[in-house]
Write a protein that binds this ligand. Structure first.
Ligand SMILES: NC(=O)c1ccc[n+]([C@@H]2O[C@H](COP(=O)([O-])OP(=O)(O)OC[C@H]3O[C@@H](n4cnc5c(N)ncnc54)[C@H](OP(=O)(O)O)[C@@H]3O)[C@@H](O)[C@H]2O)c1
Length: 224
């Protein structure tokens, strides 16, 4: 089954920017495959929820195969699921390392492979990574080597994929937000974090950038 309506797969869709991205893509009349561990059912029949851990390839396989079965096409993948642990470098534990690399890198790897394999068949598609401004602008108030290690890797992989797949009509971009007010940050830190940001401390700015990246016919990195 295929339809005219475009379809976006959004990871980390249960809260924060991922949940806002689901709304933004629905506003643009996309069908949406929304995946996260705690994603809840919805009454909107143009949203398919796929619960699961994005580090597990089976979750990625279900998101893509169930999305195809329901909507018949995959146009856009937003790699939004992410884990952020801000600690002095020597205090990171092995569990921190495994958790951050698992979601930010392994999660990206599985679902992006599967989504691009589908996009190749149509010679069309778009993949967006959500990285962070910290990879270009380290901040002495936010020690975050694991974010730089993983999101920096995604930034480099974005450029690699953009070049590799441009000839097949598949665009690959990254959006690098600054600090955004989401459940990722405890409420008691909001006032202080808000001072780090020149724009409104809200997911909306980022979501508009990610959606805009999804509509531009070029490969680029967008910072907000
Ligand atoms: N907020 C910021 O200031 C900021 C700044 C720069 C970049 N970013 C990036 O922007 C993205 C979204 O951030 P956010 O602030 O919206 O984060 P958030 O509110 O903490 O949401 C993170 C999302 O990732 C999902 N997730 C985490 N671990 C997962 C796993 N193992 N399997 C599947 N899903 C998992 C969560 O869903 P479940 O828990 O339900 O699985 C949730 O939906 C992330 O990549 C983050 O690194 C955020």
């Amino acid at each position: 089954m295929s339809s005219e309506r475009k379809v976006a797969v959004i990871t980390g869709a249960s809260q924060g920017m991922g949940a806002a991205l689901v709304e933004a893509y629905r506003d643009r009349d996309y069908g949406v495959v929304a995946t996260a561990r705690s994603i809840r059912p919805t009454n909107d029949d143009q949203i398919l929820v796929v619960p699961g851990d994005i580090t597990d390839r089976k979750t990625a396989e279900r998101a893509i195969s169930e999305g195809l079965a329901r909507f018949g096409r995959i146009d856009t993948l937003i790699n939004n699921a992410g884990v952020f642990v801000a600690k002095p470098f020597t205090q990171y534990t092995e569990a921190d390392y495994a958790a951050v690399l698992g979601v930010n890198l392994t999660g990206f790897f599985h679902i992006t492979q599967l989504a691009i394999a589908e996009m190749e068949k149509r010679h069309s598609g778009h993949v967006v990574q959500i990285t962070t401004s910290l990879i270009e602008h380290a901040n002495s108030h936010v020690p975050s080597v694991l974010a730089s290690l993983t999101k920096g890797g995604l930034s480099a992989a974005t450029k690699s994929l953009a070049i590799e797949y441009a000839k097949l009509g598949i665009r690959v971009n990254a959006v690098a937000p600054g600090v955004i007010k989401t459940p990722m940050h405890p409420v008691e830190t909001h006032a202080q974090l808000g001072k780090l940001h020149p724009l409104e401390f809200s997911p909306r700015n980022h979501v508009e950038a990610a959606a805009l990246a999804g509509q531009q016919a070029q490969n680029a990195e967008v910072g907000v």
